[in-house]
Design a protein around this ligand. Sequence first.
Ligand code: FAD
Ligand code: EPU
Length: 295
Amino acid sequence: MTTLKASRTGARVERQPLARYTTLGVGGEAEVWFVSDHAQLAEAMEAPYRILGGGSNLVVADEGVPERVIRLTGPLAQADLAPDPQLSTPGQVVTGWVGGGVPLPGLIRKLQKLGLSNLEGTVGIPAQVGGAVWMNAGTRYGETFDGLHSLEIVTPGGTRHVTPDDLAWGYRNSGIPRGHIVTRVRLRLRPSTPEEVLARMDFADQARKGQPKMKTPGCAFKNPGGGKGAGQLIDEAGLKGTRIGQAMIAPEHANFIVNLGGATAADVLALLRLIRERVGVPLELEYELWPEELG
Ligand code: FAD
Ligand code: EPU
């Protein structure tokens, strides 16, 4: 049942099923805190919390989670893309603040129209800016950190401003500790033309042609370095199309698990266990499990 209240600082608080906020469409209830400024965020962080982005990399337990689940809204989900005159140079645009709650796909489209390059390689990733930064989401044509100038990170201990050089970031990893909230970033972009950026976006998007269109949290496992990718390894284990309950290993691409309709977190976890049993190579999970003990 949804109960509505406003917190001391005015945050909207609702008890909601998290399935509503995950691209997999799975997840039980939690207390969701919609915060639109730093005072509301600080209040939300006074008790155990989690930060939710676009929910595009999450498998949430059917029982939900006991912690507060924070969503960035209002000004923390808006983007000021005007070049900052103090920080920009003729060859480099540094934008104003872009909220962690801004949806990445819309941002990429706006940057294309403005002819600003560096982030178009992340086309097709259904994240929010904060989640994309936290994971350093990317494709083989580019990653989120390609377009980052600086970040504002909020923790229960306070707010700090860092640059990518301050972080140990890499493939699908920002080096930002779990629970540290990326509230805003400034983008570092290269002036180009809308046509050139669009051409690069279309090229990067070609790599998605073989990805399933159903409800999913994207790739289940990170690619192990070196040889074959996780998709190919799972495919070669003969697992494409395998179903447990209403969850299935996608026939189109074996590193995607899709929800056929009424999948549960338990169905998805059972498939993840089966994959690990059958594939001879250790695979590191890319999905986030809420709670972590779920796996
Ligand atoms: P969520 O799924 O909501 O959360 C993921 C993690 O980020 C959680 O730990 C959460 O607490 C943390 N987080 C969220 N917001 C913040 C914040 N503001 N501050 C700090 N931490 C935060 N990923 C790729 O890298 N490349 C791809 O090509 C790709 N393709 C995908 C295609 C599809 C169809 C789907 C569904 C997913 C795909 N993904 C891809 C996976 C996913 O989009 C990325 O992992 C993305 O970074 C998740 O961001 P999110 O905002 O949805 O975060
Ligand atoms: N392959 C198979 N069988 C499969 C799937 C793939 O043999 O079932 C083979 C393909 O034929 C290809 C190779 O594996 O030769 C690589 O496949 P693909 O081009 O689909 O790339 P990927 O490595 O599986 C990565 C990212 C995706 C990203 C694409 C496009 C990871 C774990 N995955 O996929 O990211 O969209 O490249 O750049 O790094 C994600 O992280 O959630 C994600 C979707």
